[in-house]
Structure formats: structure tokens, C-alpha cells
Design a protein around this ligand. Structure first.
Ligand SMILES: [Zn+2]
Ligand SMILES: [Zn+2]
Length: 346
């Protein structure tokens, strides 16, 4: 930043604040989309509780977030508050709740759960006794798993609005059919869920779009765990790349979050429905074909999630995965490695 721009920054910020206030007063803010904010509440795929897959996503013109998976929730909110990722939340305006409680109860309006594995929903289950009323969205398979295997009074009380025994009703379980657009309550976004193949478990991807009333429609894709099509003997990713290719062509796709669980070199049969850098790059090459060919993915923001930590002394799978993705990155995509508590705009 130059000396001049540094000096004018506070003045510009003031001007934008005033323009923003005016826009809210005249009702413009709700129709203009400013992009998306993502806050990482947890980034790992298993092994150590406290930092498991969960991201908050918000249309920047809206107040509330949708949670994308919920492996770790409250520990991630604490970390994000420490890092200044929720500047709108203070001790004073949170009262009588703590800032952590205020983000949890007031800023998260619902959850999308990609599949039924614990590392994607443990935080939601554990924190449920103190949660506010929310909707949980998912595929029929995922919602059935929640109902049958978690909220069943055996592993946990039934905090949902359906299923066995007394229904405590904190969560409205909302099962959606693949490929069908639905409205995500209170966040001003629409969603479409697509199936993913994950070593025998039905996983899914959520494509969110800003509401049709927005001046310019924008979208963001969140992938649950997935293997590569050729190893899964599946066409699920291929079908998704076709859809996202069109989103790229229309300049709507602002970013994606997708897994890379292991560094290269893991034998295929030990992947259990996950991706490595080589497999992800191969899949993204298919997206590039649908998006218009060479160069069409340049600068596309791709957040890498679900890296599995290693307990072997000296091993650093995160560093290996970063290096292997960057070395093979002929597509020119912008790989992003968020840590727990980080906030990023798209
Ligand atoms: Zn997982
Ligand atoms: Zn999984």
C-alpha cells in the first residue's frame, strides 16, 4: 500500500460506512451481493477432536451464516473469535451470552451435513443441548442416519423434530432430493445437493447460490468427502463438473471447498473414498474441460479441507499436500489452506 492510499483509507472507510448505512435505509443492501465470507471452524478429517470439518458460509449482504458440516463447532468459534474473524460480536453486544454463545446461537441459522460420518457432525451433536432452533439440511440418506443412529435416545437424546421417543424439537430435519433447488432459511441463499461417492457411504456436495433477486447471481460449492470417479467406479464427480463448468463459464462460481485427505503415495485400496493431490488435480482437469478448456480455471479459489493429521514423528501431511498440489498446478487455480478460525472472502 502506498503512503497516499494508507492516508486516504480511513476516509474511504468512513465514506463506505455512510454509503452502507444509506443503502440499508433505502433497502439496497439486501439486493446487492457483495460476495461470500467463509469462516473455518474446523479443517481436519478425523483423528483429533476439536478441529474437525466445519465451515461457516454467509452472503456478505446477510447477517447469518449457514454451517457447512459440523465436526467441530464451539472450539472453532472460540478460535475464530481469538483471530478476530467475528468483529461484529463483542462481549457487550453478546450479553447475556458469551461471544462464543452469541455466534453459536444467533449467527448460525442452520446446518448442511454432507454425510453421516462423525468427523462431520460430532460438534453439532455435542453442542445440541445449548443450541437455538435450527434447520439441518441434507440428503435423504444423511438425514435418515441422523434420525436413526444419533438422535435416538441411545447415543444421544432426540433433539430433532422426528424419529424415536420424545422429540425435543431443537432441530428441524430437512431432507432434500438430489438436483432439486431449495431455499436455505434466513441466509438469503438457495441450495442444490448433488451425490458423491465416498467408499460405500453416500456423501454429497452443496451448491449454494445467492437469491434470484440479487443483481448478479453468485455461487459457492462445498464438497463432503469424496473419492475420485475412476477409483469409485462412479460418474458422480463428472456430473458435478458439468454443472460447475457452466457456473465458471457464467462467471458465477466464487469458490469451492473440497477435500484432499492424504498426500500422494497411499495405495488406492487404503484411500477409503478420499482424494490425494494427484487425484484432485485429475478431477479438476475434468472441470477445466467443461469450463471452457485450458486457462478457464485460472484464479479459481479452491479451499483444501479434510487433511488427515499423522501421528508419525516427523511426518507433515499438510506440508506434503500443499507442495504436491502447487507442483502439479498446471490449471492455475488458487489453492487456499485455511486454518481453524481463519476468515476469507470470496
Ligand atoms: Zn470425513
Ligand atoms: Zn467421511
Amino acid at each position: 500500500m502506498t503512503q497516499k492510499s494508507r492516508n486516504t483509507a480511513p476516509f474511504l472507510a468512513n465514506r463506505y460506512l455512510r454509503a452502507g448505512a444509506l443503502a440499508v435505509g433505502l433497502g439496497w443492501a439486501s439486493s446487492a451481493s457483495a460476495g461470500f465470507q467463509v469462516v473455518a471452524l474446523g479443517v481436519h478429517g478425523g483423528v483429533e477432536e476439536g478441529n474437525l470439518t466445519s465451515y461457516l458460509l454467509r452472503d456478505e449482504s446477510q447477517k447469518q451464516f449457514l454451517a457447512l458440516d459440523a465436526g467441530s463447532v464451539l472450539p472453532g468459534i472460540s478460535k475464530a473469535l481469538e483471530k478476530g474473524s467475528f468483529p461484529q460480536v463483542t462481549a457487550a453486544n453478546s450479553a447475556p451470552l458469551t461471544p462464543q454463545g452469541a455466534v453459536f446461537r444467533n449467527l448460525i441459522s442452520g446446518y448442511f451435513i454432507s454425510h453421516g460420518h462423525l468427523d462431520h457432525l460430532a460438534g453439532l451433536i455435542i453442542s445440541s443441548p445449548q443450541d437455538s432452533k435450527k434447520t439441518i439440511y441434507g440428503s435423504t440418506e444423511t438425514i435418515n442416519t441422523l434420525r436413526q443412529y444419533y438422535f435416538n435416545w441411545k447415543v444421544w437424546p432426540n433433539f430433532s423434530d422426528s424419529g424415536s421417543g420424545q422429540r425435543l424439537g431443537t432441530y428441524r430435519l430437512n431432507a432434500q432430493r438430489f438436483g432439486q433447488r431449495f431455499s436455505l432459511a434466513n441466509v438469503g441463499l438457495n441450495g442444490v445437493i448433488y451425490p458423491l461417492s465416498h467408499g460405500g457411504v453416500g456423501s454429497s456436495m452443496l451448491l449454494v447460490s445467492t437469491a434470484a433477486t440479487a443483481q448478479k447471481q453468485e455461487s459457492f460449492a462445498f464438497f463432503g468427502d469424496t473419492g475420485a470417479d475412476k477409483l469409485e467406479k462412479s460418474q458422480d464427480l463428472n456430473a458435478i463438473w458439468r454443472v460447475l463448468g457452466e457456473e465458471v463459464k457464467q462467471h458465477r462460481l466464487k469458490g469451492i471447498i473440497i477435500e484432499t485427505s492424504y498426500p500422494n503415495g497411499i495405495p488406492d485400496k487404503q484411500l477409503f473414498g478420499h482424494l490425494t493431490p494427484t487425484l484432485l488435480l485429475g478431477e479438476l482437469a475434468h472441470l477445466q474441460q467443461y469450463a471452457g478448456g485450458e486457462g478457464s480455471l485460472k484464479g479459481l479459489k479452491v479451499v483444501i479441507s479434510h487433511i488427515k493429521p499423522s501421528l508419525t514423528a516427523g511426518a507433515d501431511p499438510r506440508a506434503d499436500i500443499i507442495r504436491q498440489l502447487e507442483q502439479g498446478n498446471q490449471l492455475g487455480v488458487n489453492f487456499i489452506f485455511m486454518q481453524q478460525g481463519d476468515s476469507q472472502t470470496f
